[in-house]
Design a protein around this ligand. Structure first.
Ligand SMILES: Nc1ncnc2c1ncn2[C@@H]1O[C@H](COP(=O)(O)OP(=O)(O)OP(=O)(O)O)[C@@H](O)[C@H]1O
Length: 285
């Protein structure tokens, strides 16, 4: 990812299509994508991918490396066009980037020369949100990610986890209809990673956001997801939709609670089995 992608998304206009009430938040129907490599054969990255995500749901795309998770996410972001099939948000076709779909990437994407507050206000400034309103909204989301004390700090003075919290606050401040996250905690150390996952849970609860997230961390997927689309590869397809029903619809605040629940171990084993079956050939020994 680069700042260019982010600018394309922040500056584009929200769609004028009114959301029908009886449709899912996000719907992918038979979406396929091939990449054409110069002087090479076309790469069929994903084929006939279909799934839906409901309002306020956390949907996780999980699967082995190269199964097309990021390609799906980039198409939902409007940064890639499908070769065939349909992607709909709130009943409207996705045709390009839009601020309705906020993206958080693995690499930290803050502007080094802006403070935390200015970083969070950045997208709102592009969209001509009045100064007082954007100050207030930025303050709210900075508080939500627990960075109030650092509002005046520059990114170079922040840890990796804190920088990622700035990126989340900045994206949420644009009030997207859906939050797209591509391995947002992948670059963090183990402890910061689970702290961020727990923070994410409290954000989901208070911000009422629909999230589509890519990870290859099984525990992260089970902890955060209301719905998991497990993908297989060559070409990428949805192999199995998994609802972690052992959580009984609860959003758990602490990972210990998750690991202590009956049903967690069985689901983790099941997904490990899927991973081994789908991704094993890279590591046969
Ligand atoms: N821009 C591109 N040009 C050519 N091929 C691409 C491009 N983007 C992705 N691919 C190919 O599409 C397939 C799926 O890639 P993608 O990055 O979506 O997988 P992924 O599941 O997100 O992988 P990882 O978990 O390793 O990040 C791969 O074979 C990849 O090489």
């Amino acid at each position: 990812m680069n700042m260019l992608d982010e600018d394309r998304m922040a500056q584009s206009s929200p769609s004028a299509c009114p959301p029908p009430t009886d449709t899912p938040k996000l719907r992918l129907a038979n979406v396929s994508k091939s990449f054409h490599v110069p002087r090479g054969e076309a790469i069929e990255a994903i084929k006939d991918v279909s799934f839906t995500t409901l309002e306020n749901e956390v949907c996780v795309l999980l699967g082995p490396s190269g199964c097309g998770k990021s390609t799906v996410l980039r198409m939902v972001a409007g940064l890639e066009q499908p070769s065939s099939g349909e992607l709909m948000l709130d009943g409207c076709p996705i045709t390009g980037p839009s601020q309705e779909r906020g993206m958080v990437f693995q690499a930290y994407t803050s502007f080094d020369w802006l403070t935390v507050q200015q970083n969070v206000e950045y997208g709102m400034r592009l969209n001509h949100v009045p100064k007082a309103q954007r100050r207030e909204r930025a303050r709210h989301f900075i508080e939500l990610v627990g960075l109030s004390r650092f509002a005046g700090a520059y990114p170079r003075h922040l840890s990796g986890g804190m920088k990622q919290r700035v990126a989340i606050a900045r994206t949420l401040a644009n009030e997207p209809a859906i939050l797209l996250m591509d391995e947002p905690f992948g670059a963090l150390d183990a402890q910061t990673r689970w702290q961020m996952q727990e923070l994410m849970m409290s954000i989901v609860e208070s911000a009422n956001t629909t999230i589509l997230m890519v990870t290859h961390d099984i525990e992260e997927a089970i902890f955060l997801a209301d719905r998991i689309e497990f993908m297989s590869r060559h070409p990428g397809r949805v192999h199995e939709e998994i609802i972690p029903s052992f959580k009984q619809g609860r959003r758990l605040r602490h990972k210990e609670e998750l690991i202590g629940l009956a049903g967690y171990g069985d689901l983790e084993r099941h997904i490990l089995h899927l991973m081994r079956a789908q991704g094993g050939e890279d590591f046969e020994h």
